[in-house]
Ligand binder design. Structure first.
Ligand SMILES: Nc1ncnc2c1ncn2[C@@H]1O[C@H](COP(=O)(O)OP(=O)(O)OP(=O)(O)O)[C@@H](O)[C@H]1O
Length: 251
């Protein structure tokens, strides 16, 4: 399974995501304010912050879904819009609610594969990888939340990308699913790829990530390895609360 899924990357730098000075205002609100960080190949990076910190807006700017007011995000050195075959560079699962309920999981994936000029056979391959091999011919309307999360991950994996960007991927997964996801993402990173994953469940992140990027009120407040953060603050939960409370309130 791993042999088929994880092709050799031509160059490790293909999996590097660089965010430099990203800024986005909505009306008077600085949703993201001069944020810079790097997602390193070979690592799982946790993207953390309280509600409204600017995580989703940042992810959407990396993926070319929101135009920044200032700054730039690159994946393997290129902006998303300049990627010739984007699904083969970056796979993203930001939302597991947007599936057509009347389509089967397999059909959903085949449509995405066709749109990206990927072989139709990838649909069954990625369904098997995420553990939905037996549910591929069932309509997505009958899938549980955890099954939809797995389908969203399968969609992200279609192009065998160098980078995975996932928003709350464990939401709705049962304990076995969470353990599976953790192992899968670690293996993915160990194959020289990179994973950027946002979650509010800090105990889960503690077990999953190598590095963390923490936003608060639109600004970067810490980019560090988990080991550095633990050295300074103890566990991730303690670090998170120490860093995100008692912050100076900006005008
Ligand atoms: N399309 C939009 N129009 C107006 N304001 C927006 C829009 N998108 C985001 N915002 C605002 O930008 C700020 C950052 O929101 P964002 O969704 O990026 O935060 P988040 O860290 O992902 O939050 P959560 O953890 O709750 O998902 C919030 O104040 C939000 O209300």
């Amino acid at each position: 399974m791993r042999v088929n899924l994880f092709r050799e990357l031509a160059c490790a730098a293909d999996a590097r995501v660089e965010v430099r000075g990203l800024t986005k205002h909505y009306g008077g609100v600085a949703a993201v304010d001069d944020v810079s960080f790097t997602v390193e190949p070979g690592s799982v990076t946790g993207f953390l912050g309280p509600n409204g910190a600017g995580k989703t807006t940042t992810l959407r700017m990396i993926l070319g879904l929101v135009r920044p007011d200032r700054g730039r995000a690159t994946i393997g050195g290129a902006g998303y819009a300049d990627l010739a075959r984007p699904l083969e560079i970056v796979g993203a699962a930001l939302d597991s609610t947007g599936f057509h309920p009347g389509r089967t999981g397999l059909d959903h994936l085949r449509i995405y594969a066709a749109a990206a000029a990927l072989p139709s056979s990838r649909a069954a391959t990625v369904l098997g990888v995420v553990g939905l091999g037996d549910a591929g011919n069932r309509k997505v309307g009958g899938y549980s939340l955890g099954m939809r999360q797995r389908l969203a991950l399968a969609t992200a994996l279609l192009g065998d990308p160098a980078v995975l960007i996932l928003d709350e991927p464990a939401n709705g997964l049962d304990p076995e699913g969470i353990v599976w996801l953790r192992r899968f993402l670690k293996e993915y990173a160990e194959a020289g790829r990179s994973v950027l994953v946002s979650s509010h469940v800090l105990t889960e992140m503690q077990q999953l990530v190598d590095r963390v990027v923490i936003l608060h009120r639109g600004r970067l407040i810490r980019e560090a390895t988990l080991a550095e953060l633990s050295g300074d603050h103890g566990d991730l939960e303690t670090a998170f609360f120490e860093l995100t409370t008692n912050q100076e309130i900006r005008p």
